[in-house]
Design a protein around this ligand. Structure first.
Ligand code: HEC
Ligand code: HEC
Ligand code: HEC
Length: 93
């Protein structure tokens, strides 16, 4: 491999790794009672863009959103992954 191709490969790696993930909807979603805005895009990326892990059909408002819906959605997945907040004060301060 010559110097030029090594340089081109190196440059490609830099460019590809710096390309920011652009998700759908808002990047962060603020909720009344939750301390930190919900990292929507980061969650989309972790879910490999499978919107229906959280949304019924297309993205948008989640029907009946509130305490029950939120806790049923958010907590079991964190529990299962042993990652992400599961205790009250980690989400509500
Ligand atoms: C880990 C869960 C999760 C995943 C995965 C997810 N969303 Fe969401 N999304 C939410 C939550 C929570 C809300 C806020 C719901 C509410 O307020 O009713 C929301 C709201 C939205 C909204 C409207 C509000 C806004 O400000 O953006 C759109 C549009 C949206 N999502 C699109 C998508 C699309 C498209 C995907 C797949 C690429 C996706 N979402 C994946 C959890 C998720
Ligand atoms: C399908 C799985 C899944 C669902 C549903 C989910 N999460 Fe998460 N969440 C994760 C994982 C996995 C992490 C750990 C990410 C890491 O450490 O890199 C995480 C991390 C977090 C974090 C800490 C890191 C950060 O960037 O914000 C918060 C806060 C959080 N989640 C809030 C929520 C809320 C609020 C909901 C419900 C609206 C929710 N999550 C729904 C999988 C999920
Ligand atoms: C993963 C984050 C998370 C954890 C852990 C969590 N909650 Fe929540 N909680 C939410 C979300 C998201 C909502 C919906 C907030 C909104 O839409 O404003 C909510 C809503 C609520 C509400 C309704 C508030 C209102 O005025 O509408 C109460 C009360 C509440 N949670 C109490 C608790 C308690 C008590 C615990 C511990 C047993 C707990 N939560 C654990 C994320 C969490």
């Amino acid at each position: 491999m010559n110097r030029v191709s090594i340089f081109v490969i190196f440059l490609s790696i830099i460019i590809l790794s710096s390309a920011a993930y652009a998700g759908s909807g808002s990047e962060f979603i603020s909720m009344k009672t939750v301390s930190d805005p919900f990292s929507h895009w980061k969650h989309q990326k972790m879910n490999k863009s499978e919107c229906d892990n959280c949304h019924e059909a297309e993205g948008g408002k989640i029907a009946g959103w509130g305490k029950e819906a939120a806790h049923t959605l958010c907590i079991p997945c964190h529990d299962m992954n042993e990652k992400g907040p599961v205790e009250c004060k980690q989400c509500h301060k």
